[in-house]
Design a protein around this ligand. Structure first.
Ligand code: HEC
Length: 380
């Protein structure tokens, strides 16, 4: 080593890192609010960018960028390994295990010196492989979420919710890893700028990668003649991979419209939906059928209604404009129209509305039987 600086990251690596940073931050910012949609900050974010729908679309674009940069990375790594014959220096060796142990002891104050590490430290290797693994998990589970119907026609349906949990959990894990592991090791411990400048000084090398300084750069192993040939083979292989990858990506994003198109918004007036959806128990229960003989009249129903519902639905100013203290008031109904359709209890709000979950009072079964009978007999 006679130069004072060495090239650590060629331009392509630095560009990959930038693209990765942008894609990662975008994915996290648009994805986490979807995982925690009720959090205040999520709502604030959705309002800021114009809704959850916009968030999803940006998330999808960033996902495609991530898939594509993965292809680029595979190509450049493949070139280094296959054409240039470089050693996979980012791969683990036995030494990393002992280095990890030594680092642990050092951090606990049980060892005086930090372990000597090579071109990539075990911390860097762990992070790199966590990124690779995480990206794989996100791409696969993301496919499930993007194309749920297609995915469930190939795999068991349970895999969709499982993929959703894995996708969200891996996201949290990845963000925490970046905030803790990455921030500490490359920003706090010592601000390592090599991924931006591409260079490391000799001093930094001595500090972080002393073993590399001792051993020096690895010799070129593939002679130029052979490299020509390998380049050709690599070009063909990579072209095939790239075509498959791009076709797969296209299929990924277009196979199914389900996740791309948002479901229609729930109408402002949820009540209207309720009128159309099947009512809770539109058929008489056995108790109602058993009580079939007698015909209740307003004489019985009126007092019951007044007692049960009068507290909130009395007079012109009753909730929902409903007045249950007079038979006419009940027939006339409230803001949503008649509450009784004589002869059709199942379709009468007076019978089903108070059974709704969001209605503050749920009448007892006997009362419901009474109401059902009364309406069924024409609300006399
Ligand atoms: C504690 C208060 C309370 C009681 C008691 C109560 N309700 Fe209600 N009810 C409400 C409120 C609040 C609404 C919703 C009003 C709105 O949507 O504007 C409502 C709405 C309704 C509606 C829909 C009216 C419309 O057209 O919008 C019906 C029908 C109804 N109640 C029936 C009943 C019946 C029958 C009982 C007695 C078994 C009853 N309620 C008891 C509070 C009450």
């Amino acid at each position: 080593m006679n130069e004072r600086v060495v090239l650590r990251f060629p331009l392509l690596r630095r560009l990959e890192h930038w693209v990765m940073v942008i894609a990662f931050v975008t994915l996290a910012c648009t994805g986490l609010p979807q995982k925690y949609p009720e959090a205040g900050i999520s709502l604030w974010f959705f309002r800021l960018i114009g809704g959850i729908e916009v968030s999803r679309q940006i998330h999808h674009v960033a996902a495609v960028v991530l898939i594509l940069v993965t292809l680029v990375h595979l190509g450049s790594v493949g070139y280094d390994l296959f054409v240039l014959g470089k050693r996979p220096s980012i791969w683990f060796s036995r030494r990393d295990l002992s280095n990890a142990l030594k680092a642990l002891l050092y951090n606990l104050g049980l060892r005086r010196e930090r372990p000597k590490q090579g071109w990539f430290t075990f911390e860097e290797k762990l992070e790199y492989w966590a990124l690779i693994w995480g990206t794989l998990v996100m791409i696969v589970t993301g496919f499930f979420l993007w194309n749920p119907i297609l995915a469930s026609s190939i795999f068991p349906g349970d895999w969709i919710p499982a993929a959703k949990i894995a996708h969200g959990s891996e996201a949290v894990l990845a963000v925490l890893a970046v905030l803790v592991w990455h921030t500490y090791h490359v920003h706090l411990k010592h601000f390592n700028k090599s991924i931006f400048t591409g260079r490391l000084t000799e001093e930094e090398l001595r500090e972080e990668h002393p073993l590399y300084l001792e051993r020096g750069p690895e010799p070129r192993r593939v002679p130029e003649m052979q490299r020509q040939k390998r380049r050709l083979w690599f070009g063909v292989g990579y072209a095939v991979l790239a075509v498959l990858w791009l076709a797969g990506t296209y299929w990924f994003v277009t196979a199914e419209a389900t996740a791309r198109a948002a479901p229609p918004p729930i109408p402002e007036l949820a009540h209207e939906v309720v009128y159309q959806t099947p009512v809770p128990t539109p058929v008489p229960t056995p108790a109602m059928a058993a009580a079939g003989g007698q015909t209740p009249t307003w004489q019985e129903v009126g007092p019951w209604l007044r007692a049960q519902c009068g507290y909130c639905h009395a007079g012109r100013h009753g909730f929902g404009g409903l007045d249950v203290t007079r038979r006419e008031g009940v027939l006339q109904g409230g803001v949503h129209g008649p509450s009784v359709i004589p002869g059709r209890p199942g379709a009468s709000p007076l019978w089903f509305w108070p059974q709704r979950e969001d209605h503050p009072l749920h009448p007892d079964q006997d009362g419901l039987v009474l109401l059902w009978q009364w309406i069924a007999h024409g609300a006399p």
